[in-house]
Structures are given as C-alpha cells and as structure tokens.
Design a binder for this molecule. Structure first.
Ligand SMILES: [Zn+2]
Length: 301
C-alpha cells in the first residue's frame, strides 16, 4: 500500500487569491479519498529547533515572530506570511519525519506527501518562491539520521530548487538532480556548471532545458540520473507546473509524458523507498490529474 500524508491544517496557511492556495491540497485530497486506498500517515507538531538542521536560526525566529511584527511577505513579494503560516510550515516540514519512520518500520515503501506550503525554493537563510521552510531537505536530513546514509533528491518541478541545492551544495551524501526550464524563476541559478563545491563536487546536477519542451526531449533527460550514486532512498520534489495546461511555464508535458517519467523514476529507484513531495502545480484540474497519474503509476509499477 502507498503511504499518504495530508492535514486539513495546511489550509490555514492563508494566501487568499494567490495561485499557491488551499484549493491545491484540498482538491488533491478529495481525489485521493475518492479513488485510492492509502495508508494515512499522521502529521505531527514539530519543535522549531528541528529546523536548525536545514535553516539558519535567525531566519526561523524571524518567521516565527514575523506576523506579529507586521511582516506579511517573505523575500521579495511572492511568499505570503499569514497569521498561521509559521505553524503550518513548521508542521509540513517536520511531519516528513513520520514518513521516514514508516519506511524504517517497513510499513510502506512508497509515499505521496500532499503538503503545503511547498519547500524547494527555501534556502538556508530565507524562504522565497511561495516556500517558507524546505520540506524535502528536512526529510533528507532525518532520513540520514535514522540510517539512510545516501539520499538521492530528484526535482522535476519546472523551476530549479535553489533552496535544496543551497542546503546540500557542499555534501557528497545527498545528490541533488534537477530538471527545470532555463528561462524561468529563480533566474541566474540552476546552471549546468553548478556541480557542487568541496566535498560536494559532482553531487549536484542541473539540467536546464529550453522553452516549450515536449515529452520526448523531456523524458530523455532522465537517462542522466546518477547511476553510480549508490542511494539508500529517493525523495522527489514533485512539482506539476511543467504540465501543458499550467500558467507559469512554457513546458508542454502531457499526462502520458508524465506517466512515463514517473515510471522511469520508479524503475530507477528499484526496491529502495521513494517519497514524492508536492511542490508546484497551480492549475487545479491539471494538478489533480497529475497527482492521480503519479499515484496510478506508484500503484501499478
Ligand atoms: Zn515550480
């Protein structure tokens, strides 16, 4: 059975009419409840100290007291801080640990985490790009704490996961592999010559693709997954903003192309544990169908 994480509290990160809003996770959850038999993995209220594994504590403090201090936006102007955003973001990031525990206890081998706010743009010292804390980085760190020494992160969101790259750039035990649109946010980062630093040299791979990419060219990129990195677990930044009907990219990936990409990732993962964490995807119909396609492949393959 597939593990699944969702909490209606995620809706309390109140972004109003912003494209990253509560309808995303709520609509996905409706579909999952209707169509799939899943093992519900509970969330947890983590401690803020846990975030020091991935973020500068000054930043965490700043977010915690931000709303009371009148702050309504993190970074430039794209990441909303509502009254309960801090608690929700803390819960989303730290709850990922429960999925790792479920893997460890051999209860499940595959999981989908229907989380918000998303996380992959959140760097060590700041959130941005609709992201407050870096969920997948938190999960990777905890995986290592409990014995999954080598972590492969695959990020297929149409945007480069600058935050995840930032956190693991000098480490050789976490391999960050990202495919993303070249001429798109976060800009000036995510270049192919960013391959890691120091001990981390060779453990960061960026593939920046051209505008209007279609299935065939996109699928070929996944032939470059690192075959000689002997990973113990795979974590996927599953951003569905690369789909044809999405608003903030020119990529033209079809549902059939998405299914084939998921198959490729699952095949590459073999019998190791794998978790998909929701990142982008803003056209609700396209997003729900994309997650459906992902779950179908996770069940069937
Ligand atoms: Zn994105």
């Amino acid at each position: 059975m597939i593990g699944y994480m969702y909490d209606s509290d995620f809706s309390f990160h109140d972004t109003g009419e912003h494209i990253e809003n509560r309808l995303r996770t709520e609509s996905i959850d409706e579909m999952v409840q209707e169509k799939y038999e899943v093992l519900h993995i509970p969330t947890r209220v983590g401690d803020k100290d846990e975030l020091s594994a991935i973020h500068d504590f000054g930043y965490v403090d700043w977010v915690e007291s931000g709303y009371d201090n009148g702050i309504r936006m993190i970074a430039s102007s794209d990441t909303i801080l509502s009254e309960e955003s801090y608690e929700v973001a803390l819960k989303a990031a730290t709850s990922t640990k429960n999925v790792i525990d479920a893997f460890k206890d051999a209860v499940i081998k595959r999981a989908f985490l229907n989380l918000r706010p998303p996380g992959h743009h959140a760097e060590i010292i700041t959130g941005q790009g609709f992201c407050i804390f870096n969920n997948i980085a938190m999960m990777a760190r905890y995986a290592q704490d409990v014995g999954y020494q080598k972590v492969l992160i695959i990020d297929f969101d149409v945007h480069h996961g600058n935050g995840t790259q930032d956190i693991f750039y000098e480490e050789s035990s976490v391999f960050y592999f990202s495919t993303h649109e070249k001429n798109n946010y976060p800009y000036f980062i995510g270049e192919e010559d960013e391959t890691g630093r120091g001990e981390g040299e060779g453990f960061n791979k960026n593939i920046a693709y051209k505008d209007e990419i279609e299935d065939e060219d996109f699928l070929a990129l996944f032939d470059e997954l690192p075959r000689d990195f002997n990973f113990d677990i795979v974590l996927v930044s599953a951003g569905y903003d690369l789909m044809n009907d999405e608003y903030i990219s020119s990529a033209q990936i079809s549902f059939d192309g998405l299914a084939k990409m998921i198959q490729k990732i699952l095949k590459f993962t073999g019998d190791k544990p794998i978790a998909f964490l929701l990142e982008g995807g803003y056209n609700i119909d396209s997003l729900v169908q994309s997650v459906d396609v992902t779950l179908e492949q996770m069940v069937a393959n």
